[in-house]
Design a protein around this ligand. Sequence first.
Ligand code: OGA
Ligand code: NI
Length: 344
Amino acid sequence: MEKKSFQMANSIKPISLTPNFIVPEDKRPQLAHISPLASIPIIDLNDHVTSSLLQKISQACEEYGFFQVINHGVPEELCEKVMTAVTQFFELPPEERAEFFTEDLTKQVKLFNYYLKSEGQEKVTMWSELFSHPWHPFDDFTHLLPQNPPLYREAFAEYAKEIGGLMNRLLSLISQGLGLDKDCLRKRIGDNPRLRAQANFYPSCPDPELTLGLAVHTDLNALTVLQQSAGVTGLQVIKDGKWVAVDPIPNAFVINLGDQIQVLSNGRFKSVHHRAVTDKTHPRVSLAMFYGPNTEDVIGPVEDLIDGEHPPVYRSYRYAEFLEKFYSQEGTRRMVKELFELPK
Ligand code: OGA
Ligand code: NI
């Protein structure tokens, strides 16, 4: 098969391993050091809600902040359809994608790049292109989404509905895993959640040891449901100080907790560092669906989780304040929640 080279929407040439993509030595992925046997937990959502299922979920949330779900009920054909739509979008000629490109990360619909910025060093461009937009309430912004590929709007409308249902189920399981009412987290995140989708495209890369697809980060929202393309591994998460690869399993979603659940759970459940690395032969596509509070919502540790033994670790804040700190950290993906920790 002929290998097509990718051209970023803001570039005039096909992507190549120019110095702006090369990560400083101490930040390189060191792919030989990835634990080959370790993996994140797999949870079967077909199981009845029993204490054993809740136990598995709370253990995964405490120890990994990540798990994969199987038998989640979202139709396989729909998952394929939305991945096809996203892949076709990134296969459009760069000048067609360019109308969405922006450096203003506060835009609702945006195609953009991330950078790694380390002190005293030039910023490094991540080997990826990202497309981000809201996924709910769908009718409010459909007209802003791509008309090409023709499948895009329809696929997202259907997918958003299904993922909305799955998010609610997951939030209720995670609440119960904390020993809370099943509605607790959903209510705390608010009736008007901020729901965004982010499609990530990682072109194949001549030397994956020198680049990163996405720099180390935690997700700033509450919950992420990620679908990744089959057959290519790229996502890695930190477990006990080591990087563990999250191999795609067929018809599964990767679920991870964002910073807001770490704060709501008063630090018991973890929003864990992760990154994406590139692949030498295969491009990779992933689609993250984010669920987070709205800007006016106030987030802080749930009172029922606080007692003499468990004093509050974080102060409460308006989510707008959290976002402001996030966006003020130029280019990089940042660590924000530490700024809200209370003195010990
Ligand atoms: C993200 C993310 C990982 C991936 O979009 O926040 O971590 O595998 N993506 O693309
Ligand atoms: Ni992430």
